[in-house]
Write a protein that binds this ligand. Structure first.
Ligand code: ATP
Length: 263
């Protein structure tokens, strides 16, 4: 899978090439500072959340249902608009950036892939086309190959694909925008174990190429397989941030219970 190593997607690879990869003391790609989202009647979805997301690493976000994981993730590319001065990408307040530019830099993959009408190739070309760029057939093939989809998929329509294949097309479509950060909201919860493994392998491959990945998952085992660092959310608060191999050392009682019961 060396498809990104030359040609048009090259600059995706060049991101963070000089980073040492350590997340202690390494520069943050995204910083969240005192992020709160208040709902009606004084209830908060997020309370004073502060988090450094390390560059070129995979951060997992886990926590019980309703703890604010999706809200936190969606704030990172303004699918939910955070207050100014709370989320920074490469040190810049994301609310001061053009929102479409931000979403190209910070791409998102959802639980269920929604493909547009047309062929797989049309889907992959969609993002660049919005900027007036037409990806060549070769560039589309490279993105598909990267997502472990062979040439036979090029002209297929979304309705011919399994959910797992569609998720990989959605990933190729997101990567066509050359993002620097990939956000994933339970990307494998609708997939079978083999498709899940495909996606996990792709995430590790992206990390090896310098991508920063932030993934919400309900599966603690999945987080342990792929994440370098884990953020535990309970009741809208970030209660712990740990290296994934230290997950069993979490101290917060709700976090401990969640970990003990989790699969
Ligand atoms: N737009 C909204 N309006 C009102 N309440 C909301 C809105 N979005 C989220 N919430 C509430 O905020 C809380 C956190 O939601 P969020 O989806 O971020 O949690 P989550 O940890 O991702 O949950 P799950 O694991 O079930 O997907 C929930 O109680 C939810 O009902």
């Amino acid at each position: 899978m060396e498809n990104f190593e030359d040609g048009a997607r090259e600059h995706l690879l060049s991101v963070n090439v000089n980073e040492n990869g350590g997340f202690n003391g390494s520069e943050s790609k995204i910083q969240v500072k005192n992020l709160t989202r208040s709902l009606d009647k004084g209830v908060s979805t997020l309370q004073n959340a502060s988090l450094d997301i390390p560059r070129g690493k995979i951060m997992g976000i886990i926590g019980p249902s309703g703890s604010g994981k999706s809200t936190l993730l969606r704030a990172l590319n303004r699918l939910w608009e955070p207050p100014s001065g709370t989320v920074f990408l490469d040190g810049k307040d994301i609310t001061s950036l053009d929102v479409l530019l931000l979403r190209r830099k910070v791409g998102m993959l959802f639980q269920l892939p929604v493909l547009f009408e047309g062929t797989v190739a049309d889907n992959v070309r969609y993002g660049p086309q919005l900027q007036g760029k037409k990806l060549s057939d070769q560039e589309v093939h490279k993105l598909l190959t990267f997502a472990d989809l062979d040439s036979s998929f090029f002209n297929k329509s979304g309705s011919e694909l399994s959910v797992g294949q569609a998720q990989r097309v959605a990933l190729a479509r997101t990567l066509a925008n050359e993002p620097e950060v990939l956000l994933l909201d339970e990307p494998t919860s609708a997939l079978d174990p083999i498709s899940t493994q495909n996606i996990e392998d792709l995430l590790l491959k992206l990390k090896s190429k310098g991508m920063t990945v932030v993934m919400v998952s309900h599966s603690i085992k999945q987080i342990q397989r792929v994440a370098d660092v884990v953020c535990l959310l309970v009741g809208g608060e970030i209660v712990e941030v740990l290296k994934s191999e230290q997950l069993s050392e979490a101290k917060h009682p709700m976090a401990r219970r969640f970990l003990e019961l989790g699969s």
